[in-house]
Design a protein. Structure first.
Length: 190
């Protein structure tokens, strides 16, 4: 009889562990088209979106790549929380929480003044924008859609990056082309 209880206990433990992990996303998922949500594969059809070495791709810069994996880890622990909570916390950890994410490029002079006050100037705003853009595409990659607020913030981040495209000097034209691809994908995504 004791052995029956032990077996039942083991079955209970194993089944409860399996059910807890059903909604969890794999931490070691590789950023490849075939691993993306089917809806994302349709929207992110160009291999550019999955390029982990292209500085202008959503996951190709250090900040974007880190955001992808950090968000997955965070989401596994915070299934019911909004992505904006992750974004706020992540930017705070980076020491970049003072910037207004809704600051758009419609008033370039004011935006330039705000960025000029940042300790690392363009590097700081670029880190913020890469985080926001990557988060939007991470949501699309893993779930096939983007939270409306994150999508809105990503569009604003892209607008800011368009304003600063000249920072990339001889690569500014390529930067603008890739920002246009990101914008097109965001416009299609739900």
């Amino acid at each position: 009889m004791k052995i029956v209880y032990q077996i039942l206990f083991l079955v209970f433990i194993i089944s409860s562990c399996e059910s807890k992990g059903q909604n969890n996303l794999p931490m070691n998922i590789e950023i490849k088209k075939e691993n993306a949500n089917p809806a994302a594969q349709k929207i992110m059809s160009d291999e550019f979106f999955y390029d982990v070495v292209d500085e202008f791709a959503p996951f190709g810069n250090d900040v974007g790549n880190d955001t992808f994996y950090t968000f997955i880890e965070w989401k596994n622990k915070n299934e019911t929380k909004k992505a904006t909570e992750f974004l706020t916390g992540n930017l705070a950890e980076m020491g970049l929480s003072d910037f207004n994410l809704n600051a758009d490029a419609k008033d370039p002079r004011q935006l330039l003044l705000n960025v000029d006050k940042m300790p690392n100037k363009y590097d700081d705003i670029n880190s913020i924008d890469n985080t926001v853009i990557s988060l939007a595409f991470t949501q699309l990659f893993i779930g096939g859609n983007i939270d409306p607020e994150i999508k809105h913030l990503a569009k604003i981040a892209i607008e800011r990056e368009v304003l600063f495209a000249d920072v990339w000097e001889e690569n500014s034209k390529m930067r603008l082309e890739k920002l246009a691809k990101l914008t097109d994908a965001l416009n299609i995504a739900e």
